[in-house]
Design a protein around this ligand. Structure first.
Ligand SMILES: [Zn+2]
Length: 176
């Protein structure tokens, strides 16, 4: 069995099988308190709390996401979903948006984005034409040709779907 399926028990001093249960815990950050479901693991041999890297990471992400949700920021998963719409890797997506290559990866792993970044990500999600502006501006410089063309086709498809969904608003006609 791989180590990731086991947990480290400090009592037993070894990697052990464990059971887990979900517990709601309250966390405070910058005066904002959030209730978050956390998975806690216990040694099958002695019952002591055990440490598992993967579950620990999931727990941490859940705390950050609860905080982001509470303050009205996109969660890590929502950021991943927005990037997914444009079919780019986190690295390429960051470069197209003019960010450092690892920035989006950090947000997807829990880091809290600024309000301005958040607003921008929401804007490109709502309006793919804004993303297209970024892509036309920097995409051909920072992406490989094939990736660039694929992304451009995807964005154009999103734009045409959006246009179909929202036909031109009917002009207001006075009733009398
Ligand atoms: Zn133990």
């Amino acid at each position: 069995m791989s180590k990731s399926l086991k947990g480290f028990c400090p009592e037993c001093g070894d990697y052990v099988d464990f059971t887990s249960k979900e517990i709601v815990r309250t966390f405070d950050s910058k005066g904002i308190s959030v209730d978050v479901l956390q998975k806690e693991c216990f040694c099958c041999v002695c019952g002591a709390p055990v440490f598992n890297e993967e579950i620990d990471r999931e727990n941490e992400l859940a705390i950050f996401d609860a905080y982001k949700e509470k303050v009205g920021l996109l969660t890590s998963k929502q950021i991943k979903d927005i990037r997914g719409k444009f079919g780019l890797s986190a690295y390429s997506f960051a470069l197209v948006l003019g960010m450092g290559g690892k920035t989006i990866t950090r947000y997807e792993n829990g880091s809290i984005q600024s309000r301005m970044v958040d607003f921008f990500l929401k804007s490109i999600s709502k309006d793919p034409e804004i993303f297209k502006v970024c892509l036309l501006e920097s995409g051909s410089k920072v992406l490989k040709e094939k990736e660039y063309q694929k992304c451009l086709a995807k964005v154009d498809r999103l734009i045409s779907e959006k246009t179909k969904r929202q036909p031109f608003a009917k002009p207001l006609v006075a009733k009398n």
